[in-house]
Design a protein. Structure first.
Length: 252
C-alpha cells in the first residue's frame, strides 16, 4: 500500500508518495518531473511503482502547469519553455533542502527522472547538483542548446527575427544546463536514457549523439546508457517505467 499527500512549498505544488506507514521515515527519494502541457498527476503510475519499491517520491508541478497553470494557452507559453526548465532546476534544490530539514529525505540517496521536458530537467539537475546519485531521462534531450536551436529553426522567420534577442539570451543561459558542454559534472554518476528513433517532438539524434560521444571520448568513467525503441515516437512504454524503478533500486 502507498499514501499520497498534497503539499505546497512556496509556489510549488507537489504530490508526495510513500510506502504506507513510512510517511515520516527518512527514505531514499526519487524526484519525478512531468512533460510539457502535462502535470504531476501524469506521473503517478511510475510513482506508484517506486513507492511500492520502498522510495519516497516527489512529483512537482512545473511553472504554468497543473495547479500552477492560470489562464494562459500553452501556445502562448512556448517561448517560456526553457525558463520553465531552468526554474524547475532551481526549485529542485529548494525542495531537497526543505524535505531534508524535515528529516524525510536522505540527501545522499536522491535520484531524479522525468519525461520529455521532465527528462531535460533531469539532465540539467544532474549537472547542477552533484549529490544526486542517479538519473533517468525518458524522451528528453541532454543537448538543450542544440535542441533549442532546432526548435527555433522550426519557427517562421518573422518570429525568429522578432524574438532574436530573447532567443540569444536563452541560448547563452542554457549553456550551464547542457550536458554535452558540462559532461565532466557527471563525474561517473549513472544516467540512463530512453528514446524512440522516430520521435518527432524531441529528436532522437540529440540523445544518441551525446551518449555515443561521451562513451567514445571518456570510456573509462562514462556511466551513461541508452535504451532505444526502434521507430518509437514521443511516448514512454510501461517497460521503460519499470526499468526506471530497477535503475533506482540499483543505485540508491
Amino acid at each position: 500500500m502507498i499514501t499520497i499527500q498534497e503539499r505546497q512549498f512556496g509556489a510549488v505544488s507537489t504530490l508526495i508518495v510513500a510506502p504506507s506507514g513510512q510517511e515520516q521515515t527518512r527514505l531514499p527519494t526519487v524526484f519525478v518531473y512531468h512533460g510539457w502541457t502535462h502535470r504531476k498527476e501524469s506521473e503517478l503510475m511510475l510513482a506508484n511503482f517506486l513507492a511500492k519499491a520502498g522510495f519516497r517520491v516527489v512529483l512537482p508541478d512545473a511553472k504554468y502547469h497543473g495547479q500552477r497553470h492560470g489562464h494562459q494557452l500553452f501556445s502562448e507559453l512556448m517561448l517560456e519553455f526553457w525558463q520553465i526548465v531552468m526554474q524547475s532546476v532551481t526549485e529542485f534544490g529548494q525542495l531537497v533542502e526543505q524535505l531534508t530539514a524535515e528529516g524525510l529525505v536522505d540527501p545522499q540517496k536522491i535520484g531524479v527522472t522525468g519525461t520529455s521536458m521532465g527528462g531535460i530537467t533531469t539532465d540539467a539537475i544532474m549537472i547542477q547538483y552533484p549529490n544526486v546519485k542517479v538519473g533517468v531521462d525518458k524522451i528528453g534531450a541532454p543537448m538543450p542548446v542544440a535542441f533549442a536551436k532546432w526548435q527555433v529553426a522550426q519557427l517562421p522567420e518573422i518570429l525568429q527575427d522578432k524574438y532574436q534577442e530573447a532567443i540569444q539570451t536563452t541560448l547563452t543561459q542554457l549553456a550551464a544546463y547542457d550536458l554535452s558542454l558540462n559532461s565532466d559534472q557527471l563525474a561517473g554518476r549513472p544516467l540512463h536514457f530512453y528514446h524512440g528513433t522516430a520521435d518527432p517532438m524531441v529528436p532522437y539524434q540529440f540523445t544518441a549523439q551525446f551518449v555515443e560521444s561521451l562513451v567514445a571520448t571518456d570510456p573509462a568513467t562514462a556511466n551513461v546508457s541508452l535504451t532505444t525503441e526502434d521507430q518509437g515516437q514521443h511516448k514512454v512504454s510501461d517497460q521503460a517505467q519499470l526499468d526506471t524503478v530497477k535503475m533506482m533500486q540499483k543505485y540508491l
